[in-house]
Design a protein. Structure first.
Length: 74
């Protein structure tokens, strides 16, 4: 086994062990909840993109803020 293969295998095993630990700690419902949140975020981004696309047909000289990634003060 090469070093590359061993590293890949270690990552696969570690990822599985981590996933099993989270499943044991938080339960299957946790995965359902984060999946729903992710799906909602994607729907919101698609809707915002469509809204921007419809609004971009108008010519504006004013610089617009990015509505897809608002400034979070970081």
């Amino acid at each position: 086994m090469t070093v590359r293969e061993a590293g890949r295998l270690g990552g696969l095993i570690g990822g599985r062990k981590g996933g099993l630990a989270v499943k044991a700690e938080r339960g299957v419902g946790f995965y359902r909840e984060i999946g729903k949140l992710g799906g909602q975020r994607v729907r919101d981004l698609i809707a915002a993109g469509r809204k921007l696309e419809r609004g971009s047909r108008r010519v504006s000289l004013r610089r617009k803020t990015n509505q897809l990634a608002p400034n979070r003060g970081v």
